[in-house]
Design a protein around this ligand. Structure first.
Ligand SMILES: Cc1ncc(COP(=O)(O)O)c(C=O)c1O
Length: 377
């Protein structure tokens, strides 16, 4: 039978390709963004404590009530936003939160603005909703091109997706970015803003500017978070979404038929763990890794681009090679034993910058071994 694909141009993601190459060549995998150090023992203890408690059946559809309460308190503590539980939805990772929100709120024929380089789950979700993804590239230095974004908004534009702190560049919003967003939301009252803030607690020098700050437009804003990034547990696939209740009502309609609810034992354990920890310590933890890694590779021939947040370091290799980034990363794995992601993988159109992305959410030994190899290139 001839299968008519809904996403004909989607193949295996670059993350899978590079991780496989890393393992085939026994290379150090700094490609995919996941930590390789143990999770906090206190979180593991919560799971153990809860194993014999009644958390083995379905959680309520929007989330385990104890977790919703803990998230409401967390949002108030970090953003000063009072968030009733009706405005929070616990999802199977940020990916499901984003997909669900787009399916619920974006209609066929509408447009969604995506800023390139972009995390790879936005574009297919927009197309699955029958809408058009409009890709706007960032300016040199990964600055947001607010003028061009503004000019691209018209009647059919339903949503703007932003990601801050930004994967893959490591750039973070300044106050001026928040003001530019505010002005756009003001001028376009039909526009929804989906703010992917999965690295919200990993901003090194600038305090994180959340879309929660745009208080006057809360009825049109969705903020996405991920426990995977904040607690080094990407494999748990748990995250959440915060939005105004009217938007949330529509999102829940889709969520209940997509997953209904997510792992209850994990949700309860996260609720207990949230009462024990202080997320403001996370940025310091990764800043130490960033500085250590940057110091180790500085003597080499790569040029370090600013990593202001996330756990990614972008490197410019134009002094080393004229190869395309897709070719360069393959040669890096084969000949030098380090796997990275080519920046062009995050663009919808051709991109010829000679930049690669490395993940430094790794233990010291891994970072040191990788840096040694990188310095020999
Ligand atoms: C910017 C961004 N958004 C969303 C996600 C997906 O997060 P999750 O694993 O919670 O689905 C990631 C994961 O790498 C990401 O980097």
């Amino acid at each position: 039978m001839q299968i008519k694909s809904k996403l004909p141009d989607v193949g295996t993601t670059i993350f899978t390709v590079m991780s496989k190459m890393a393992s085939d060549h026994q290379a150090i995998n700094l490609a995919q963004g996941f930590p390789n150090f143990p999770v906090d023992q206190r979180l593991v203890d919560q799971i153990a404590n809860n194993l014999n408690k009644p958390y083995h059946q379905y959680a309520p559809m929007p989330g385990n009530p104890n977790l919703l309460l803990a998230l409401s308190e967390l949002t108030e503590k970090h953003y000063g936003r009072q968030t009733p539980q009706e405005e929070i939805l616990v999802c199977a990772g940020a990916t499901q939160a984003i997909y669900t929100a787009i399916q619920a709120l974006v209609h066929p024929g509408e447009e969604v603005i995506i800023i390139d380089p972009a995390y790879d789950c936005y574009d297919p979700a927009v197309r699955m909703a029958g809408a058009k993804a409009v890709h706007i590239p960032m300016l040199v230095g990964f600055e947001m091109d607010w003028d061009r974004i503004e000019q691209s908004i018209h009647e059919q534009t339903r949503m703007l997706i932003v990601n801050n702190p930004h994967n893959p560049s490591g750039r973070v919003f300044r106050q001026s970015d928040v003001e530019a967003l505010r002005s756009i939301m003001q001028k376009h009252p039909h526009l929804l803003l989906l703010s992917d803030e999965v690295y919200e607690y990993i901003s090194f020098d600038e305090a994180h500017h959340s879309a929660h700050e745009l208080k006057e437009f809360r009825d049109r804003i969705l903020v996405v978070s991920s426990f995977g990034k904040s607690f080094h547990i990407t494999g748990w696939k748990l995250g959440y979404l915060i939005s105004d209740e009217a938007l949330m009502k529509e999102i829940k309609k889709v969520h209940q038929f997509l997953v209904f609810s997510v792992n209850n034992l994990a949700q309860q354990s996260l609720a207990d763990y949230l009462n024990l920890i202080d997320l403001s310590e996370l940025a310091g933890f990764y800043k130490q890794k960033r500085d250590h890694f940057a110091g180790l590779i500085a003597p080499g021939r790569f040029r370090l681009l600013p990593s202001e947040g996330t756990y990614f370091q972008a490197l410019d290799y134009s002094e080393i090679s004229k190869e395309k980034d897709t070719e360069f990363v393959q040669r890096m794995v084969r000949e030098h034993g380090v796997a990275a992601i080519p920046m062009s993988a995050f663009y919808a159109s051709e991109n010829h910058d000679r930049v690669i992305r490395l993940c430094f959410a790794k233990d010291e030994e891994t970072l040191e071994k990788a840096a040694e190899k990188l310095c020999r290139i």
